[in-house]
Design a protein around this ligand. Structure first.
Ligand code: ADP
Ligand code: MG
Length: 704
């Protein structure tokens, strides 16, 4: 029954079906799992004449007339209705729900429940009430009315009716036996241990709760279930990997010291600790699965580089995958700089593979510089082991690429890759699986990390290299634009460099600043004395690289760019970033962007411009000016907005209910522990329903 289309149970018009489809509500299951976002209680029933300002009340009244209009100043859509009972009449208003005016029918009776407001003139009104047709007593609906997430053209009222009908239907089925539609996936002892309601009860209570406590318990159960299933899958991946042997990689302390001596800086404590963890992991038979999570600029690359050095010293190969060509190229150059002679004497052979070019270092023709090579020799040299470290974009996962002894896979900015892409690269070797080092700067709350990275061990780089100053972030009003430009002028004049970030490449409308136009304005009108250049995703790779090279070498003072520079770009001399249309970027992205200028001892600045005057935007951007680290920002976002744009629920494939639950570390840890137990004892098969849910989850990820 759960998988049958809704049209089997409801008479639906084409239009209704289309709207339902738009919200992903196609089957009975979709509808049952479309949970209310909140509940409203019926309040004491009152006659209109007895209403009191700022009090919730229910009234039974007849609609006299309805109207839809817009407020003058803010252009908010308003629906209003005049209603009356025997004792008087009352105005009812809905903000931003203009369709309410067409739902209510003049001359018909309804029960409205909401809060009474009094305006300056003393007039009463009821705002955004819930309502039911006819005269409804509290007991008819249960004490609480579910309110579903705002869905245009689909009322909470209809969803309520539909959910009730289906639940009644399900409850009429025999509770036990193979034919029951609702199968409990969570093992019974776990339900008992954590005091979670069964699936059947939870479904009823999440839609039509007895009270808020029951509603909460039901939500908790669904959140637990979801996190539990994610954990089961992650733990099973982990187990699968651990059943394979990996490569023994050893490096002596002396070798390590010899190398670190060549660096222009000494490691932070956090870096040293991370390196120790990694070296210990890779010196064992079991494949390492480690996530290195460190704020932008915390120095992850050098940690990866040292792990790579260890691998090649043992005669193995390394693959280093980065999400963009610019970044791959930058890593390639850094590896040459740090590992190529004369720095290390290691005499290392490194390749670069992106979708547009292949390079090899060193080249025969010019010592100390890389040369372009064709694809065929690159493939040959990877297969023969001649190239020891290959750095590249996702082009590294092509089937054609074969390695001799790939012992270490490094994935930079791993959140930018699909799970599938990540898995593919670590499966490059048939008998032994390579060690995996994933890196990310996406500051995500700990509970989310435990969930979505449940198959990885976590190391935090929670310490910045010494001498870094706190960045100064400021939201700048349009009137003070000239001041911001002057600030940039001063920075560049004293030898620094700057970025101007725009959300788009081309103009689409007048409001949004685009790279091409800003480039023109800034180079021709504002910064005539400086070298200004632009960088965006539609440029040819070789042009992009040329611009990045010139910027890195200080020949370009000001770079007007899109968020192509978002990840990883490392030009320590740049100290100002000005971000246009900041409201169009997520908080994590903004934090990444400002990370471009937090890379030296110079004081750095981030100026945020926004075209939006909404309060929400203001609050969001303000968080950015106050948060000291990305992690703080992540926790903040989780606290304030639950699912949040920062983490992007699509990105993690987690529902709102589960995202909410991530605030509860105890629950996340419990789900993780229970999942671990089941996987470690190989007992998932004992629970057929659970097992099929885990398989479904895995299939879903592989189709991404
Ligand atoms: P991220 O963690 O964002 O990838 P990077 O690895 O790009 O950071 O490092 C940022 C900058 O800091 C680079 O210029 C790097 O050379 C430098 N750096 C790394 N570690 C240290 C350190 N311990 N002391 C000083 N500078 C460092
Ligand atoms: Mg990086």
């Amino acid at each position: 029954m759960l998988d049958s289309p809704l049209s089997n149970y409801f008479r639906l018009t084409e239009k209704q079906l289309k709207i339902l489809g738009k919200f992903g509500l196609n089957t009975v299951r979709d509808l049952l799992w479309h949970f209310p976002s909140r509940y409203e209680g019926f309040a004491g029933k009152k006659a209109i004449v007895n209403l009191v300002p700022n009090e919730r009340a229910s009234i039974h009244a007849r609609v006299i007339k309805t109207e839809a209009k817009k407020t003058f100043r803010k252009r908010i859509k308003i629906a209003s209705a005049t209603v009356s009972d025997e004792t008087g009449s009352l105005e009812i208003t809905w903000f931003n729900q203009p369709y309410m005016a067409s739902i209510l029918k003049a001359g018909e009776d309804y029960t409205f429940t909401g809060t009474i407001k009094q305006n300056k003139l003393g007039k009463f009104s009821m705002q955004n009430p819930v309502f039911e047709k006819g005269v409804v007593e509290a007991n008819d609906m249960g004490a609480l009315i579910p309110i579903y997430p705002e869905t245009r053209g689909l009322t909470s009222r209809w969803l309520r009716f539909a959910a009730k009908r289906i639940l009644d239907h399900l409850e009429a089925e025999p509770p036990l036996g193979g034919s029951a539609s609702l199968k409990e996936p969570i093992p019974e002892d776990i339900l008992k241990k954590y005091n979670l309601p069964s699936l059947r009860i939870a479904l009823r209570e999440i839609h039509f709760p007895r009270d808020l406590k029951w509603a909460g318990a039901a939500r908790k159960r669904f959140a637990f279930e979801e996190i539990f299933i994610i954990q089961l899958l992650r733990q099973s991946w982990r187990k699968e990997r651990e059943e394979h042997q990996s490569f023994l990689i050893k490096i002596s302390k002396k070798e390590l010291d010899n190398f670190t001596k060549t660096l222009p800086f000494s490691m932070t404590g956090a870096q040293a600790k991370a390196i120790n963890h990694i070296l210990e992991d890779i010196s064992g038979q079991k494949p390492m699965s480690r996530l290195l999570e460190g704020d932008v600029g915390s120095g992850k690359t050098i940690v990866a580089l040292i792990a790579s050095l260890a691998a090649i010293q043992n005669g193995f190969q390394v693959a280093y995958m980065a999400p963009t060509e610019v970044l791959a190229r930058q890593h390639f150059e850094e590896f040459i700089r740090r590992l190529g002679p004369p720095a290390s004497g290691a005499n290392i052979k490194i390749g670069l593979a992106t979708s547009s070019e292949f390079l090899k270092y060193p080249s025969k023709a010019f010592a100390g510089r890389p040369t372009h090579i064709a694809r065929a020799p690159l493939l040959k040299w990877l297969a023969s082991g001649e190239i020891q470290i290959i750095i590249g974009t996702h082009s590294l996962i092509q089937k054609k690429i074969k390695f001799k002894d790939l012992a270490l896979v490094i994935i930079d900015e791993q959140h930018r890759f699909g799970i599938n892409q990540r898995l593919k690269l670590t499966q490059k070797n048939s008998e032994r699986v390579p060690h995996l080092l994933s890196m990310t700067a996406t500051p995500i709350p700990r509970t989310l990390a435990l969930t979505v990275y449940g198959d990885l061990d976590l190391t935090l780089l929670d310490e910045m290299p010494k001498g870094r100053k706190q960045i100064i972030t400021e939201i700048v009003s349009q009137e003070r634009r000239a001041e911001a430009y002057e600030h940039i002028r001063r920075e560049i004049s004293s030898g620094r460099q700057a970025y101007v970030l725009c959300p788009r490449i081309e103009d689409t409308d007048d409001l949004m600043r685009a790279v091409k136009r800003e480039y023109k304005t800034l180079s021709e009108k504002i910064f005539l004395e400086f070298k200004v250049a632009m960088l965006h995703g539609k440029m040819l790779p070789k042009d992009k690289e040329k611009v990045m090279k010139q910027f890195r070498e200080g020949q370009i003072d000001l770079l007007v760019a899109t968020s192509v520079i978002e990840v990883g770009v490392d030009v320590p001399n740049a100290t100002v970033i000005m971000i246009e249309g900041a409201e169009r970027f997520g908080l994590a992205q903004l934090h990444q962007l400002r990370g471009r200028v937090m890379r030296s001892e110079y004081q750095s600045y981030c100026f945020l411009f926004t075209e939006s005057d909404s309060q929400k935007t203001a609050a969001r951007l303000k968080a950015l000016t106050e948060a000291k680290s990305g992690f703080e920002l992540a926790e903040y976002d989780l606290e304030l907005r639950g699912a949040g744009e920062l983490t992007g629920k699509q990105q993690w494939g987690i529902s709102d209910v589960a995202m909410e639950a991530l605030k509860n570390i105890k629950m996340v840890e419990a789900a993780r522990e229970e999942a671990k137990k089941i996987i470690e004892t190989n007992s998932l098969e004992k629970y057929p329903e659970l097992s099929s849910r885990v398989i479904a989850q895995s299939k879903q990820l592989h189709f991404e």
